[in-house]
Design a protein around this ligand. Sequence first.
Ligand SMILES: Nc1ncnc2c1ncn2[C@@H]1O[C@H](COP(=O)(O)OP(=O)(O)OP(=O)(O)O)[C@@H](O)[C@H]1O
Ligand SMILES: [Mg+2]
Length: 243
Amino acid sequence: MTALLEVRDLRVGYGHVEAVRGVSFSVSAGEVVALIGPNGAGKSSTLNAIGGLVRPASGSVKLEGRELAGLPSHAVVAAGLILVPEGRAILHRMTVLENLIAGAEARPWPGGRGEARAAVETQVRRFPSLQRRLDQPAGALSGGEQQMLAIARGVLGRPRILLLDEPSMGLAPLLVRQIFEIIEEINKDGTTILLVEQNARMALQTAQNAYVLERGEIALHGPAADLAKDPRLQAAYLGGDVA
Ligand SMILES: Nc1ncnc2c1ncn2[C@@H]1O[C@H](COP(=O)(O)OP(=O)(O)OP(=O)(O)O)[C@@H](O)[C@H]1O
Ligand SMILES: [Mg+2]
């Protein structure tokens, strides 16, 4: 069986900085895979290269066997891979509802606009705080609500795989738990997820498999439950990391 997403020997550089130095991993259909590691390890560079926001220097990114490396982000989205980048990429001046509709229209719906609107209505039920604020500008939402909106937008694009870059960044513990609960629900509904997190503890609780990135290379990988018990990880990332 081939993986849903297969990344092989991915390299990303910025001038003379080699941010990603030959990273390989795979994600099977239906699972949550976590990519964890310290600041500057190359996590965002990896996701951005997969999502077509940054052009990789070399390597292969295959979604269901189809090569995506080097394609522009709109072509990657059309192929079914949606990235919610670090820092909540929402349209601040548009309303919450307009943001959601734009997310739903990232890919065509067989039933046209009517079906897209119905999907928006279904999706907002998962996010009560958004449902109450559909007519407000997205820029007026709190940080946690903006992150919920960014995730909801991503899901509405009906990705084969959803890539989330630090969805819990900067949020209070209660909101961090809510975000992880939503990630679990989205996965239970059948969406495969590649999750980048600095909150290693929560990420390893949510994921089935995980990879640890250090200085642009995969330092450790395995079942998330095993990594959570790994003394090398305990020392480096799981010590004071309480959510
Ligand atoms: N646009 C850029 N131009 C130049 N260097 C960059 C750029 N983006 C990232 N880098 C460098 O590449 C390396 C990897 O950065 P990256 O953002 O991918 O790491 P990260 O693991 O996502 O870190 P963080 O946990 O802080 O988000 C770092 O040394 C960073 O300074
Ligand atoms: Mg990052």
